[in-house]
Design a protein around this ligand. Structure first.
Ligand SMILES: Cc1ncc(C[n+]2csc(CCOP(=O)(O)OP(=O)(O)O)c2C)c(N)n1
Ligand SMILES: [Mg+2]
Length: 324
């Protein structure tokens, strides 16, 4: 893997941006300043950034209910994202979608999705369209371990294998679906084992190690782009906070388990690598983090003051079909 200093720095900045965005999103939910719930990506940043750094700008992603990290990694503008949480007209969906439905088609972001595993068949459709149109775009579907127990996962995997669809299935295995452990709901320990039953390539990586995620993504994306078919990429990771918000009080997780994973924090690990390689020193790293934190505070202030959607917008972007 050939990463320039600029690449490594951008990856650090993007992970930090996601962390700072979601720490604040959790706080805004607790303060009841944003509408609806937010599912925080803290702890999982290396996956979104490691994968999206390997994509071209015109490639596609589908996301999940825990989608802020994917959107930022694919180039999402944080002020427009906060505006969407505040239900403002300047939000990505004009304030009508909220956290779980943000989409930015011009960035190749087909959409977050509140329906677990729904992004897989949608992504398959997008990948099929690319294949049909003869362009070389790749589609990445992000989803959790829980999603792999849904019928939609299995149907999409099978059909993607048959079509040799240009896509990569990225499973973020954080060990939990809502408040249930994967061990109590999922028949395999390693989700990657499910790739074999569809005859597609599989790879498993440490999702806390951005270099490992990135390297595996480059290989899987190249396979998809060359017409050799999809890959199931399992990234072992951990959700620092509760299923919804920071502390919903629904799950008593073992504090040692949380501490063990936090000790392997993806941003801290990458920061150490960059310092060791002379990309920056500790002071510069802190300055960058402080700058990004200040950017977030500014984005929140601007987004919160943005105009509400005009009542006339109620019927825009709405589709319904009548047979009457
Ligand atoms: C089809 C469907 N079933 C159930 C739910 C409720 N639900 C929301 S998130 C979630 C857990 C998903 O777990 P996982 O796929 O591992 O993602 P994670 O939250 O861990 O990132 C469930 C069951 C839903 N939104 N959609
Ligand atoms: Mg999970």
């Amino acid at each position: 893997m050939d990463l320039s200093n600029a690449d490594m720095l951008r990856m650090f900045e993007q992970m930090t941006r996601i962390r700072e965005f979601d720490e604040r999103a959790g706080l805004l939910m607790e303060q009841a300043r944003v509408h609806g719930s937010v599912h925080l990506y803290c702890g999982e940043e290396a996956i979104a950034v490691g994968v999206c750094e390997a994509l071209n700008d015109d490639d596609y992603i589908t996301s999940t209910h825990r989608g802020h990290g994917h959107l930022i990694a694919k180039g999402g503008d944080v002020e427009r994202m906060y505006a969407e949480l505040f239900a403002k007209a300047t939000g990505y969906n004009g304030g009508k979608g909220g956290s779980m439905h943000m989409a930015a088609l011009d960035l190749g972001i087909i959409g977050a999705n509140g329906i677990v595993a729904a992004g897989l068949p949608i992504g398959l459709g997008v990948a099929f369209a690319s294949q049909y149109q003869g362009n070389d775009r790749v589609t990445v579907c992000f989803f959790g371990d829980g999603a792999t127990n849904e019928g939609a996962f299995h149907e999409a995997m099978n059909m993607a294998a048959i079509l040799k669809a240009p896509m990569v299935f990225v499973c973020e295995n954080n060990g939990y679906g809502e408040w249930s452990s994967a061990a109590s709901t999922t028949s395999v320990t390693d989700i990657v084992d499910r790739a074999a039953s569809y005859g597609i390539a599989g790879a498993m990586v440490d999702g806390m190690d951005i270099a490992a995620v990135h390297e595996a993504s480059i290989e899987a994306i190249a396979r998809a782009r060359s017409g050799a078919g999809p890959t199931l990429l399992e990234c072992k990771t951990y959700r620092y906070y509760d299923h919804v918000g920071r502390d919903f009080g629904m799950l008593q997780r073992d504090p040692d388990e949380i501490a063990r994973w936090r000790a392997r924090d993806p941003i801290k690990q990458w920061r150490k690598v960059l310092i060791a390689q002379g990309v920056f020193d500790a002071n510069t790293a802190d300055t960058i983090t402080a700058r990004i934190a200040a950017d977030m505070d500014r984005a929140i202030a601007n987004a919160e003051q943005a105009p509400d959607p005009h009542p006339d917008a109620l019927y825009e972007d709405v589709y319904s079909e009548s047979t009457v």
